[in-house]
Design a protein around this ligand. Structure first.
Ligand SMILES: [Zn+2]
Length: 320
């Protein structure tokens, strides 16, 4: 595994990238340029998988990949990074997304210009990478999932031109201005020119997105993020309020007696109840007779002369 290689080159408030969204100061981390791209499932070249839904602007902004076995046969299958890069998001966002990983890639395009893209992997069963982790092409970043049982297992996979979108898709045009058709992009960029140098790559370009958990499979790294103290420091205020609300009230002595002792009834009511329980003299409850096999046979032979009918004589076979 590649350890975090955090080299902040510069700190600058590049809020220009997203004029409508508040973004914290963008950092730069030095990463190698991607040597090329491959599909995120069935490496190499999506072997054993098919594209169940394609990309179309203003509709489905990524591709859905399924195993050829159908149904949930691909649940838990590995999902791989499409190229070298760095994790810029790894969270369980619940809602329609579930576990999401976004990896940022720097690469040289055909005109030898450095470009940045984000690859997004959604509905994962588990994430096996954490924020700011450096990733190699083909490295497992998680597994195919169902978004906590919401869908049949599949991978939702996007490639973004615009590295400011993050989880705010609705704030950006859902067109080729911001997205690539994933399959077309991969086919056009199988091999990219590389260099020995690390390239400064912008990170922290997303506007904050509420909810979700950054907890991934590596609890040691993730827990340091979770243990951050609340910036508002209001935890002390909440605790006494909760304690007061659950404190039981002392019951009045009369109510306590009524709850713990059986109800007292007037003698008249008590007499009626006990009378009901007594068996009536006119119609005493008949004790059930147990008829043995011998007496049944005896009784049958005594009535042998009678023709057998479908209706059984009731006295011999009491209802069960
Ligand atoms: Zn999808």
């Amino acid at each position: 595994m590649y350890l975090l290689n955090k080299i902040p080159i510069a700190l600058c408030g590049l809020a220009l990238i997203t004029p409508n969204l508040a973004v914290a100061a963008i950092d730069y981390l030095a990463i190698p340029l991607a040597s090329g791209f491959d599909f995120p499932v069935g490496k190499p070249d999506s072997k054993g998988y098919y594209k169940a839904r394609g990309f179309w602007p203003n509709g489905h902004l990524g591709e859905d990949w399924n195993g050829r076995g159908g149904g949930n046969t691909d649940l838990g299958d590995p999902v791989s990074a499409i190229g070298d890069g760095i994790v810029v998001l790894s969270r369980d966002l619940r809602m329609g997304w579930g576990n999401v990983v976004i990896i940022r890639h720097a690469f040289l395009d055909k005109s030898n210009k450095v470009k940045f893209i984000d690859s997004l992997y959604g509905h994962l069963n588990e994430r096996t990478v954490v924020l700011n982790q450096r990733i190699l092409k083909g490295q497992k970043i998680g597994t195919i999932g169902t978004n906590h049982g919401m869908y049949i297992a599949h991978l939702h996979f996007e490639i973004r031109k615009n590295i400011s979108i993050g989880m705010h898709r609705s704030k950006f045009a859902k067109t080729y201005a911001n997205y690539y058709s994933p399959t077309s992009f991969i086919r056009a960029n199988r091999q990219c020119q590389t260099s020995q140098k690390l390239h400064p790559t912008p990170v922290n370009t997303f506007a904050p997105y509420p909810g979700g958990s950054p907890r991934a499979k590596f609890p040691r790294i993730a827990s340091t993020i979770l243990k951050k103290p609340s910036p508002r420091g209001d935890s002390k205020k909440i605790i006494p309020e909760v304690q007061n609300s659950v404190k039981p009230a002392t019951p009045k002595p009369g109510l306590l007696r009524a709850l713990t002792s059986p109800p007292r009834l007037t003698p008249k009511v008590q007499d009626i109840i006990t009378e009901k329980k007594k068996p009536s003299l006119l119609n005493p409850a008949k004790p059930r007779k147990r008829i043995g096999l011998l007496s049944r046979l005896r009784s049958r032979f005594s009535k042998e002369s009678k023709p057998r009918s479908n209706s059984r004589p009731r006295g011999l076979f009491p209802r069960r």
